[in-house]
Design a binder for this molecule. Sequence first.
Ligand code: URA
Length: 227
Amino acid sequence: MRLDKFICKSTELTRTEANQVINAGEVAVNDELITNEAVQVHENNAITLNGQRLKARSYRYILMHKPFGTICSNVDEVYPSVFNYIDIDRASELHITGRLDADTTGLILLTDDGRWSFNIISPNKQCEKVYRVALRDVIAGDVALKFKHGMQLQGENNLTLPAKLNIIGDKEVFLTITEGRHHQVKRMFAAVGNRVVSLHREKIGEISLDVEVGHWRYLTANEIDLF
Ligand code: URA
């Protein structure tokens, strides 16, 4: 992995701060001062910051297919928690990166790496989330343009960020958004006089849902590196 990434993984520094300490000559790899943040390192290398040996924290990253009628909370409430499906030690230390409503199905990501989650959730990072949406009424012709330009949702100060609508049937679409306001997809369709009857998340960034309902798997190193 890149040296700056290793520094982020093993300290509380942001990527910019990691670059600063590297460029300032505060980081050594196997006793050699390295000032290029893009240098590839291995976790077994002796990497020090101002003489202190750093150890990469081992975070966990999980992809799950959320079933209908489950909640994205660490505990059961009216509906059972998705954590009932994650049968690993210390599962309660994980959080969900972008929650789904109880009646929404599909891709959720769970991790204990807060910085990684931030890169997915923060609207500034422009990470695309793709939803398959079934609607009550036939989709009106001007909706794609309205979503593209941004919409005013009730109780919100700012317009929604540009969203992409891909119509696949009279009452069925793919919607791509880069933010995650409360009930955002349902509220966007309500704002154009329609109603979501079923909602399913297919994709987050380049990660697609590829496990059966209620199943999960660990992300690969390449998938983790995407964010
Ligand atoms: N938008 C919604 O309205 N609900 C979800 O679960 C996710 C996005």
